[in-house]
Design a binder for this molecule. Structure first.
Ligand code: NAP
Length: 549
């Protein structure tokens, strides 16, 4: 490829070396890296500003559950010097401000087209370029497209009859309006009790007149243990940044907490309770990734931790029937995303809060004034859908992507996503995925998992332009091997026994987006293992890709 630019001014220009889709955590860094290499880049972003997840998910209570300082850009070195985090686990407004400040400092916005949603893209087999169509009517062309569309950015609504009939206010947590939403003294319904719902419910319950929570599946939630940061603590953390960033490349998913190699079997029953109590008292994922590592693989070990958690729920929820309803009975701990909470269980001791199990009392329909259940109508001023996402693949499938021979990505993935190393799909040359199925990019501690993948991508992009390569495409055999490996490894673990968004089980059976085969959507291995595999490609001349100069 040669670095070609066809038009004269920045605003008129529609042909670039690289088009990046998405200006979230990944897209911002990708832009910075590619620009440093002298490539002409345009980022197309559906939102009105940078930040991705932290731009869209502005629902009440939205907050990090990775420690704030572990979740910032390592590359933004001047900000490491002068950005003080106000809380151990920052709330959405602070995170949004952080990513906006990065955009200011690194002058990123001049190369980002905001309020521009990519609707379709088609590969031109003669020119070896992608034509990218947007909802503004503007079309862009580039030989290389890199998607940074996020793994949790395609919201889903439940398939409940009458969902559009409701005359009150209706919000999805991932599409929360920027304008202030007042819930004070209102009758509010929240549907969904995942990591998002649990944060939102805790916050909404503080001011709502009445809150009804609809729970489909009880979740194993653990205390976040947020606290204010002091200047002394911030100084201490800042002094340790170089070591921290290096260490985080070698924890399982880029978190500060890592699986403890001492298994539960090494402890006496009394010692194990002490070990569990120590984890329980710790921050955030100390109670997940910081646990004895056999909890991730052994049903027996996992059950011991579940038993400990059941006791904590019983201690915190006054009504035994409500405590029982809040106690998971169908999945092992950590086989779904573990929500971190700050007073969630106590919410159900409040007089203004009701919990309804959808398994016992399903919603039959949504009416003009609320919801109709089997046991009666519940009126609401506001319905909040905390019902999650078409995870990992949804954002890409919602773009009409046509590759070689007129095959669409949706067709290629109809049996479930297949990829080569999570970065490419056979039949879609010159298209690279930075956060999607089967990869580690953007999954786990977002910035930590994304950055090495994007640095690898930047080296590859430079190689492509330096060597006048016109076409790079995943070899179907390499893709098969990788996709089979991902699936086989996932099926060996406890996660395979649980219905979860990691397998697309959260999509309704009648949802056309639901893959025909139950496919694991993420990547089961450790971050450094994944990054090493990418780096080995670079060292060995990119095996598994068909490269045409
Ligand atoms: P989620 O984990 O998929 O939870 C969605 C909830 O909605 C679940 O309780 C689900 O029930 C329920 N639900 C889905 N479809 C439904 C339907 N048709 N009827 C009734 N209930 C339905 O989604 P999420 O809570 O938005 O979390 C998504 C991801 O966002 C998490 O995995 C996490 O990675 C991320 N997140 C991160 C943070 C953070 O970093 N602080 C905070 C929040 C979220 P089932 O369990 O039965 O499917």
């Amino acid at each position: 490829m040669t670095a070609t630019e066809t038009a004269t001014t920045a605003t008129e220009k529609t042909t670039f070396d690289v088009l990046v889709i998405g200006a979230g955590i990944s897209g911002m860094y990708q832009l910075h890296l590619l620009r440093e290499e002298g490539l002409s880049v345009r980022v197309l972003e559906a939102g009105s500003d940078v930040g991705g997840t932290w731009h869209w998910n502005r629902y009440p209570g939205a907050r990090l559950d990775s420690e704030s300082y572990s979740y910032q850009y390592a590359f933004a070195t001047d900000m490491l010097e002068d950005w003080d985090w106000s809380e151990l686990f920052a709330g959405q407004p602070e995170l949004e401000r952080y990513y906006q400040t990065v955009a200011d400092r690194y002058d990123l916005r001049r190369d980002i087209e905001f309020d521009t949603r990519v609707t379709a893209m088609a590969f031109d087999e003669q020119a070896n370029t992608w034509t990218v169509t947007t909802d503004t009517g503007k079309t862009f062309v580039a030989p290389l497209v890199i998607t940074c569309t996020g793994v949790l950015s395609a919201p889903i609504y439940p398939h409940i009859p009458g969902i559009d009939r409701f005359k009150g206010e209706r919000y999805h947590t991932a599409l929360w309006p920027a304008e202030t939403v007042t819930l004070e003294n209102k009758k509010v319904i929240v549907i969904g009790t995942g990591a998002t719902g649990i944060q939102a419910i805790t916050e909404v319950a503080k001011t709502a007149g009445h809150l009804t929570v609809f729970q489909r599946t009880a979740n194993w939630a653990v205390p976040l243990r947020n606290q204010a940061m002091t200047p002394e603590r911030m100084a201490e953390i800042r002094a340790g940044y170089p070591d921290m960033f290096e260490n985080l490349q070698h924890t399982f998913s880029g978190f500060l907490h890592d699986w403890d190699p001492v298994p539960t079997t090494a402890y006496t029953p009394e010692e194990l309770q002490e070990r569990f109590q120590q984890a329980w008292n710790g921050p955030g994922f100390a109670k997940w990734m910081g646990l004895p590592n056999d909890i991730a693989s052994s049903a027996e070990a996992n059950q011991k931790w579940c038993d400990f958690l059941v006791e904590r729920i019983r201690e915190r929820v006054t009504d035994p029937a409500t405590a029982a309803l809040l106690t998971p009975n169908d999945h092992y701990f950590g086989t779904k995303r573990v929500p971190c909470e700050s007073g969630y269980y106590e919410v159900f001791n409040q007089d203004n809060v009701d919990l309804i199990s959808l398994k016992q009392n399903p919603i039959l329909e949504i009416t003009e004034t609320g919801v109709r259940t089997e046991t009666g109508d519940i009126d609401a001023d506001v319905i909040i859908f905390a019902t999650g996402f078409e995870a990992f693949s949804g954002a890409l499938k919602r773009i009409d992507i046509t590759g070689v021979g007129g095959i669409t990505l949706e067709q290629a993935w109809s049996d479930g996503p297949v990829t080569y190393l999570g970065v490419q799909v056979a039949g879609f040359p010159n298209l690279f995925i930075m956060g999607g199925p089967h990869g580690k990019g953007g999954h786990g501690n977002g910035p930590r998992c994304a950055e090495k993948v994007q640095e690898w991508m930047t080296d590859f992009a430079k190689h492509i332009f330096d060597e006048s390569i016109v076409r790079v495409e995943a070899d179907p055999a390499a893709q098969r091997e990788w996709s089979d490996e991902v699936q086989e490894r996932a099926m060996k673990g406890l996660m395979a026994q649980t219905k979860s968004a990691f397998f697309g089980d959260n999509l309704a059976d009648d949802d056309p987006a639901k893959p025909r085969k139950r496919t694991y959507l993420a990547y089961v291995g450790a971050l450094d293992e994944y990054v090493d595999r990418l780096k080995n490609l670079t060292k060995n001349g990119y095996p598994g890709f068909v490269i045409t100069s």
